[in-house]
Write a protein that binds this ligand. Structure first.
Ligand code: 5GP
Ligand code: ZN
Length: 112
């Protein structure tokens, strides 16, 4: 059994509110939302972080961004917009070491 919580969510060994799934990507609600809509979009294959990316991961990273676009449209934010965020490593604020894109919507960010 893996000790990666997002791998456990992908394997349905850990509960999550799943909002999107395809062959390469899963998206689910963040357990501690920082915006009215806060989803995490993850590759199904374990990749620890942006720092661990290899050239062959380009497609799955693109698929995560395309999943964000689909979620933005499905949730009514295609015009209003949303924020996508990747926290990378300790000084980037990354806590869970399974690559994830934060999808944050429904609030206007104040800074970068
Ligand atoms: P990071 O700081 O690594 O970019 O973000 C990790 C995110 O994962 C945090 O926003 C945190 O709330 C979320 N998170 C951590 N554990 C769980 C969990 O077990 N389930 C869900 N749905 N989200 C989690
Ligand atoms: Zn993982």
């Amino acid at each position: 059994m893996t000790d990666c919580v997002f791998c456990r969510i992908i394997a349905r060994q850990h509960a999550a509110d799943i909002e999107y799934e395809d062959d390469a990507v899963l998206a689910f609600k963040d357990i501690y939302p920082k915006a009215p809509v806060h989803l995490l979009i993850v590759p199904k294959r374990h990749i620890a972080s942006v720092m661990a990316l290899a050239p062959g991961d380009a497609e799955v990273v693109g698929r995560c961004v395309l999943a964000a676009k689909s979620l933005g449209e499905a949730k009514g934010f295609a015009e209003r917009g949303y924020r996508l965020r990747l926290n990378c490593g300790p000084e980037g604020g990354q806590v869970v070491y399974h690559l994830h894109v934060h999808f944050l919507a429904g609030t206007r960010p104040s800074g970068v």
